[in-house]
Design a protein around this ligand. Sequence first.
Ligand SMILES: [Zn+2]
Ligand SMILES: [Zn+2]
Ligand SMILES: [Zn+2]
Length: 261
Amino acid sequence: MKAKAMAKTKTAVAEAATNQQQELSSLMQQIYMCNHGHVPWQVDICAKFASELLNEYNATINRGDSPSPSPRTHTIKSLQAMNSKEEYSEVWNDAGKMKLLVAYFLSLGTKHATEENMWAARVYAHYACFFEEYIASELNNTQASMNRAKMVELLCASDDHTLISYLKHRIPCTCLNEMYKQVKSTKKMGLCFNEDCSHPDRMVDRDAMLNCTRCRSANYCSRECQVADWPKHKKVLCDEVAKAIASFASEQKNLKLEGAN
Ligand SMILES: [Zn+2]
Ligand SMILES: [Zn+2]
Ligand SMILES: [Zn+2]
């Protein structure tokens, strides 16, 4: 009886020790786990914004209401939904708050890339890039317009080089260094903006692509594709961006003149 009780106590002690060890190791993990540059939210409205944005993304997928369901449609729709909400205008107008969102999505993208969940990593990187471009062109006026080709490529490029290189060069940690070494020799791919392009998934070697010199916002695999897309491209993108570039250039000129006086 005594021996049995002792054995029982021994088991209980051993169990407690194991539990303690497990608790300790999970605590260590929490302390040392890298957040890839995202510090836990201090600004409530940004946390709310981010979670609602992702809800909107999932909602557009679940509704299945887009004629051509593509990740691009879902990200655009979710961003439009957030943009129309009055309560978030303070986020859309504040570069500081936007930068917190950039850091958050870079961190999520990195986390998913390290877990080889490339699909999710692309969506998060795309959001980070969108807010980065938004800050530069809409809030800080450091560039004429948002770089659409860059945003699209992060989401759609079939190579991992584009994605990993984008994230690696923005996070403050070294978590993607190994992965970057593995992918940096693969060719970066670009998306041909002609929707009827005959290349598989409209993907081609990016270094060999032609860029629309008027707006610099659209890339093509060939002269043929550029010509075929021109009527549509002019209407939906090129005119608008070309106008933004022209007014940006004249603003810069005025700033220079003011500086000279
Ligand atoms: Zn990290
Ligand atoms: Zn093409
Ligand atoms: Zn153009």
